[in-house]
Structures are given as C-alpha cells and as structure tokens.
Ligand binder design. Structure first.
Ligand code: ATP
Ligand code: MG
Length: 418
C-alpha cells in the first residue's frame, strides 16, 4: 500500500495522537480503497482516546454528534474524522433511541477489536497501523478484499434489523467496487427490504445521493431493482416502471443515470435536482397524462402531477426544497419547449432553469419520449441559428401533429414506435 496516497493531514492526526500516547489507526473506506489502489474519498481515524482527549490534542478540533460524539479535526477544507473505539452492535449515528446522555456514552466505548466487530462489512473493518505499516484485521477482511467479496459481520439478518441502511450499503459497495455479495449477506435482503420504511427519510436522502452520485448510478439502479430495494426508495417510480406498455421510461432513467456517471467521470457538476427529476419523471408523466385526459391543460397537469408525486416521495426520501423546487421547474418547463414562435423561445433561454430543462428535453428525446426534431431545433436555436420551427403546432402539447382524438392528448406509444 502506498503511503503517499494517504492525506498528509490524516498522517498528522495519526502521529500526533500516537505521540500523545494513544492508539490511532486509519480505518474504514479509506483503508479499503487504498488497498484496492483506488483514491479514497475521505480518511477516518479510530482511536482509544475519548473525544475530549482528542480535543485536548488538537486546537483545530470540534466535537460533533449528539448520541455518539466524534471529533472533527479541521485543516482548511479537509476534515479528518476521529472516532473513539466503540463496542456493541447498535451504534449508528441517527438511530432513534432516547438520548440518555452520559450514562449511555460512558459504556459505549470499547476496544479496537470490539470496534472492528460493530462495523458493517469485513472489508470496511480494516485498520492501518502507521507505526509498522501493517494492516490489523480481526475479521478476515483482507481475504475478502482479495476475493472481491462483501461480507456483513455477525448474523446478517440481525445486522440488517439493527440498521436497514446496511442493505443499501451492500448494493452501493457491490456496484462501486465490482464486488459480489456473499451468499448469507445477500439472501435476507429481498425479505427484509421493507424495513427501510422505518428509516428516517432525511437519512435515506443522504443515502440516495451516495447511491446515485458516486459514478456508478446505472449499475446501482439495476442492482437496487434486482433486490427489491429501489421500490422502497421510489415506490411510485417502481410502480410506473412495472407497467410494461413502453420501453422508454426505463431507457430514460438508465440514460439519465449514465449521463450522471459520465459527468462525474469528467468532473462536471451534477445536481440532485436533475437526478431526482430523472428518477421521478415517469410517475409524474403518467399522472399528468391522466389529468390531461380529464382536460387539464398540459402545464397545469405537469405542475399538479409533480406536486402530488413529490409530496408522496418526500415521505420516503426527504428531498429538501432547494432541490425539489428546481426539479419541478425542470418538469414544467418541458411544456414550454413546444412554443417555438415569436419571442417566447428567447424568453425561455433566459430562464435560470433553462439549461437543466433543455438537458432534460434532450434526455427525453434520446429515450424516444420527446420529439427529437424539437430537441434539435432548440440546440440550433441556442447556438444562434434560428431555423424555421419544426412542423408542430404552437401551444401546449402541440408538438405532435394532432391526430385523431382529443386535441391535447399526447400518446407516448406513437412516439416510442417511431
Ligand atoms: P465511502 O467510500 O462511501 O466513504 P466508507 O466505507 O468510508 O465508504 P462511511 O459511510 O464513510 O463508508 O463509513 C465509514 C466506516 O464506518 C465504514 O467503513 C464502516 O466501517 C463504518 N460504518 C458506516 N456505516 C455503518 C453502518 N451503517 N453500520 C456499521 N458500520 C458502519
Ligand atoms: Mg468514508
């Protein structure tokens, strides 16, 4: 393992704790990723010093967390998280247990070996000892790392019941590392997936971002569906994708997630608003279609459908308003792309959400759900080549020449077949 890959600040923390007479090791994802030759996202330190003792060693240190306190040692923009060895099983940060304060806190700490056993997967329970550059492995994690296996420590069903988010973590690491999930770790998932309903929606929001913004969203999505977990996070989407009448909804999600993965690979920014717009579009579209067939105009139909789907969704995965508001704009702006005459296109170009909405239009077109001529027109228009508008009617929903039936009705089937 190359020591040069370890953050100098993490090394500083390790050395300072050591010279103050404490045990201190690098642990968790950082060690795992270093051993795999990957670039770690962050570096966590585990120590036998209490949080208060850690604070005495570092001036640039804050204690965070209510039930279980962690020390954050800050170096400019980098934070090294220092956790005291913990014992026991039930130790996740935001588990709903009454905060008994000190009493609970005093007997929560443990030895390094206990600390290893309360972690989730064996490959996440390895410690790197800077003193002799060795790996401390109490759980067979090195072997599993070499075999490419994710193995939950302890009895899997018990561990999932303690913290159902571990099911999502299994999928996330399997997709990210290309590991297989050990059989006994894998087998309880389908049956226990509904336990995710008990996890606070705010925590599931954080997990959802980790699942879909780590560069392997497309693979993660397919695995989540395979294990019945996607429907726990996005029940309306899962339901709408199960309707087998078209291919394009699934294509849209997959292409949208692939785009996200590509952007991350190219170090381009990705916004959760766009991600959730992709993941929730099909239920919104289907609901809007139903409203439209009750003669609700297209813009209002999308607006109302969006509101309904979002209010159901946030009960599962709490999407903060700073993302759900722009997401809903991305949806409603889709109806504005049909207006290609007069001053309206120029005005739309100036809309703060134009770029995201346009990208979304391109995605819909590439999935066969929106008119690709219309998308191409907007590409030209933006580049200053005002060409003749495509042969579509001005106004809402008019981009497809009206055929039989009601004026504003749009039949995605005919779009998909083209
Ligand atoms: P990432 O690359 O996503 O940061 P990570 O393994 O570092 O992966 P973190 O969420 O940063 O994951 O957690 C750090 C470590 O804390 C893990 O490696 C694991 O040892 C432990 N851990 C985190 N979440 C849990 C959990 N729900 N149950 C048990 N142990 C956990
Ligand atoms: Mg980490």
């Amino acid at each position: 393992m190359s020591r040069s890959a370890i953050s100098p600040n993490a090394l500083k923390v390790l050395y300072r704790l050591k010279s103050a007479g404490y045990q201190a090791h690098l642990v968790g994802g950082g060690v795992r990723d270093l051993l795999l030759g990957r670039e770690p996202k962050d570096f966590d330190v585990a120590t036998d010093a209490s949080p208060e003792q850690v604070r005495e060693v570092f001036r640039n240190c804050r204690l965070v967390g209510r039930r279980f306190r962690l020390a954050h040692v800050q170096f400019g923009r980098e934070i090294i998280e220092v956790a005291t060895f913990r014992a026991g099983q039930d130790q996740t940060e935001d588990q709903h247990q009454t905060d008994e304060g000190r009493v609970l806190r005093d007997n929560i700490y443990g030895t390094i070996e206990e600390d290893a056993l309360r972690r989730d997967f064996s490959v996440n329970a390895l410690y790197y000892n800077i003193e002799d550059f060795s790996i401390i492995d109490y759980v067979g994690g090195v072997e599993d790392l070499n075999q490419g296996v994710l193995r939950l420590l302890g009895d899997p069903e018990t561990r999932y019941r303690e913290d159902p988010v571990r099911m999502l973590r299994a999928i996330r690491f399997a997709a990210k590392l290309g590991f297989r999930i050990a059989e006994d770790t894998e087998s309880p998932i389908a049956e226990l997936s509904s336990l995710l309903a008990d996890v606070p929606p705010a925590r599931l929001f954080e997990e959802t971002l980790k699942l879909f913004l780590a560069g392997t969203a497309a693979g993660t999505f397919e695995k989540l569906r395979q294990y019945g977990l996607f429907g726990q996070l996005f029940p309306d989407t899962e339901h709408s994708l199960e309707r087998l009448d078209h291919e394009f909804p699934l294509t849209l999600v997959l292409k949208g997630l692939e785009n996200t993965d590509n952007r991350i690979r190219e170090d381009k920014p990705v916004t959760p608003a766009f991600l959730f717009a992709v993941l929730l579009w099909e239920p919104v579209r289907q609901r809007a279609e139903a409203l439209q067939s009750d003669d609700v105009p297209m813009f209002q139909a999308i607006q109302r459908a969006g509101g309904e789907i979002v209010s159901r969704q946030v009960a599962r995965v709490a999407i903060p308003r700073r993302f759900s508001t722009p997401m809903q704009e991305i949806w409603t702006l889709q109806t504005r792309f049909n207006q290609t005459r007069g001053k309206r296109p120029t005005r739309l170009l100036a809309h703060p959400r134009f770029r995201a909405a346009y990208d979304f239009l391109l995605l819909r077109a590439s999935a066969g759900e929106a008119d690709s001529e219309l998308a191409a027109w907007w590409t030209d228009f933006q580049q200053g080549n005002a060409s003749t508008p495509p042969a579509s009617e001005e106004g809402e929903g008019g981009r497809r020449r009206p055929r039989r039936g009601r004026r504003r009705r749009r039949k995605p089937a005919s779009v998909a077949e083209e």
